[in-house]
Ligand binder design. Structure first.
Ligand code: CA
Length: 431
């Protein structure tokens, strides 16, 4: 996934693709802009390309050599590396608002993308026959992930992965990201040492995700496949390697070829909301006995398989039954919105239908502050959500759900303004 491609240099905003078109402007403007650019580059490089980074490199070098990295490989890879200000800015950027799932789906599932995906499925039919057979992952799923990650390989970022990871390993404010980046950087050096991949080829996103499938270096090492057997796992330019690696990631993460990701369903008017929990796994046929049917009234295709309810936008929105495979997609990217986008795209690349339920579009995007307030109130009501971070993951959903049930409300686990008002009311907070 790509974030905005703004480069913030010492307080001035440049757009990466605009820096090269300065020659169309008059010379004076050019000169002033160049001057400002150089000054701000100096300011920002004084700020970050400091002695500290060289010191950090030396200490990291010791660790890397202990882990078996050759001095030559380390020095060639990192000696000319300086911190990347754009990576620092993106790492520190904190959105004020979250995006509603329906906006996210609208942005990622366009008719042009569906058309392109169908064309590419046709074009690579013979290759997909073999890869599907080998890994047991449906071709539409592989293609959907390929679309989501890099727009079918057309946009996988232009960052030097070593530089991005070194920047994060040195500067990130989050300890978790700091040690994650350090680990991934070590793996990157191992890849250079053992996989015959030139370090200049290691290109990807600001966060270190590489090539068309946007694999972190550790995934490259664990799941990367040299499918065309030319001696190199090439996730940048070799399509067979890209498809096989995505398939291998999913099969290695537990993908079950004999089931789908899930189905859109309709709840009965009288519904026991206690059943709405990812922990509540029933066979499709058992759900049917509870009067939960496919929204298009067709039969469930895999009646013996287990599924759980997934209600991303509350009781007014679409409802799904999702299988184990849905959680495997989340191993690629842990966001439920991402998994649903992959699932929907894969349906639309095949014979599947669009989501039929209607989204509660009257709900405005929630600010991170309001989501944090919901989490704090849940905590104070004794429903622990863990860290108050404004991110609504499965723990927060579960806390909302149990609070709703305790208060005689439908336990849909949905965080919107109405929920916040109810939580405030019960906490006797007047705002
Ligand atoms: Ca290859």
């Amino acid at each position: 996934m790509f974030l905005e491609k703004r480069v913030k240099v010492g307080g001035y905003l440049f757009y990466t693709n605009q820096i090269n078109v300065v020659e169309e402007r008059d010379v004076k403007t050019q000169f002033i802009q160049l001057f400002v650019f150089i000054i701000s580059m100096c300011v920002s490089s004084i700020a970050i390309s400091d002695v500290g980074f060289e010191k950090w490199k030396q200490s990291f070098r010791k660790q890397a050599l202990k882990e078996g990295i050759l001095p030559r490989v380390f020095d060639q890879s990192l000696s000319d590396i300086s911190p990347d200000q754009e990576v620092i800015d993106l790492d520190n950027s904190q959105p004020e608002f979250t995006r509603n799932i329906w906006d996210y789906l609208n942005n990622t599932i366009s008719s042009a993308r569906i058309k392109k995906g169908k064309e590419l499925l046709q074009q690579h039919r013979a290759l997909f026959d073999k890869i599907e057979n080998r890994y047991g992952v449906q071709r539409e799923i592989i293609t959907a992930i390929w679309a989501m990650e890099s727009d079918f390989g057309r946009n996988y970022g232009n960052k030097n992965v070593i530089r991005s990871l070194a920047t994060l390993a040195y500067t990130s404010n989050s300890d978790k990201r700091l040690s994650f980046a350090r680990g991934e950087l070590l793996v990157t050096l191992k890849i250079i040492q053992t996989k015959k991949i030139n370090r200049k080829k290691l290109v990807g996103s600001w966060a270190g995700a590489m090539g068309q499938p946007q694999f972190m270096p550790s995934s490259y090492l664990q799941y990367g496949v040299d499918y065309n057997r030319d001696g190199k796992i090439d996730l940048w330019n070799t399509i067979p390697d890209v498809f096989a690696s995505i398939a291998h990631f999913l099969s290695g993460s537990g993908w079950r070829k004999e089931e789908n990701w899930g189905e859109e369903v309709q709840l009965p008017k009288q519904f026991d909301w206690r059943l709405n929990s990812s922990a509540y796994q029933l066979r499709y046929e058992q759900w049917q006995e509870l009067n939960i049917h496919r929204i298009d009234k067709d039969r469930f295709r895999f009646p013996q398989r287990q599924a759980a309810l997934f209600i991303p936008a509350g009781k007014e929105g679409p409802v799904f039954l999702v299988t184990h495979n849905f959680s495997v997609i989340k191993k690629y990217n842990q966001s439920s919105s991402y998994a649903l986008a992959v699932a929907q795209l894969s349906n639309l690349f095949g014979l599947g239908k669009k989501i039929q339920g209607t989204w509660p579009v009257k709900d405005k995007a929630m600010s991170v502050d309001k989501l944090k307030e919901i989490q704090s109130l849940l905590n104070s009501h004794g429903h622990s959500v863990g860290v108050v971070d404004g991110k609504i993951g499965s723990i927060t959903r579960e806390a909302i759900r149990t609070w709703q049930l305790e208060n005689g409300l439908p336990g849909d686990g949905y965080a919107n303004l109405a929920l916040l008002f109810k939580l405030r009311q019960r906490a006797n907070i007047k705002k």
